[in-house]
Design a binder for this molecule. Structure first.
Ligand SMILES: [Zn+2]
Length: 218
């Protein structure tokens, strides 16, 4: 049984990294958790001693197969509980993430698997994250790398944080929404959603993963 904070670190590394083989800089973890450099280093050292990750000096951390296993199991629990909260209890989409962040640590594996059964084995969480992380390929691309003048569908929001989820929620944006990317600069993006034009700050642009829509319905 590994402690809650250790699980959060491993889950955080999995969420934030761009690719499994690419070391995640510790500054990204610091930003994400809001902890000091010192406590990040301490935790990284502990997790390395226990065989969950490898620290590459000056570059960051990668997960070992054991770390990968803890992270994907955590994310699966998180995403299934989110699904339950939004679909069955009608908890708003942005609040569900936070509540699931607590349930994921206390709900035993067998109970979560029964929950998956009860929910009809959903493929994705309400934010588009796969419920079988690791086994599901991601065909989607970051919005920040896309071309303007094209219609896109939101496939996934990652990494999720209460701030970005609230920001997207208040703008009416969620997975499966389609919009036209009007303009993309370092200051953010301008998108057309239905008849509305919406400005997105970089913090929101950077969490949106999209797929191009061909022959978008009008
Ligand atoms: Zn989610």
């Amino acid at each position: 049984m590994i402690k809650e904070s250790a699980e959060d670190y491993l889950g955080g590394i999995y969420r934030l990294r761009e690719a499994a083989e690419l070391p995640l800089p510790l500054s990204r973890l610091q930003e994400y958790f809001g902890f000091s450099r010192v406590s990040i280093h301490e935790m990284v050292q502990k997790l390395e001693e226990r065989g969950f990750l490898v620290y590459h000096p000056y570059r960051g951390v990668t997960l070992t197969p054991a770390g990968e296993e803890v992270a994907t199991a955590l994310l699966r629990r998180h995403r299934l509980w989110e699904r339950f909260l939004t679909d069955k209890l009608e908890v708003p989409w942005d609040e569900a993430h936070e509540i699931a962040g607590r349930l994921e640590h206390v709900a035993p594996e067998q109970v979560t698997e029964r929950l998956a059964e009860f929910l009809g084995q959903p493929e994705r969480c309400p934010h588009g994250g796969p419920t079988h992380p690791g086994a599901t390929p991601h065909p989607e691309t970051p919005l920040a790398t896309m071309e303007a003048g094209i219609d896109y569908r939101i496939a996934r929001i990652a990494p999720e944080s209460p701030e970005v989820l609230t920001g997207l929620h208040t703008r009416g944006l969620r997975p499966d929404c389609c919009f036209r990317l009007e303009q993309l600069t370092a200051e953010g993006a301008l998108i057309a959603l239905g008849t509305e034009t919406i400005t997105l700050p970089p913090t929101l642009v950077n969490v949106m993963w999209v797929t191009p829509v061909e022959n978008a319905p009008t």
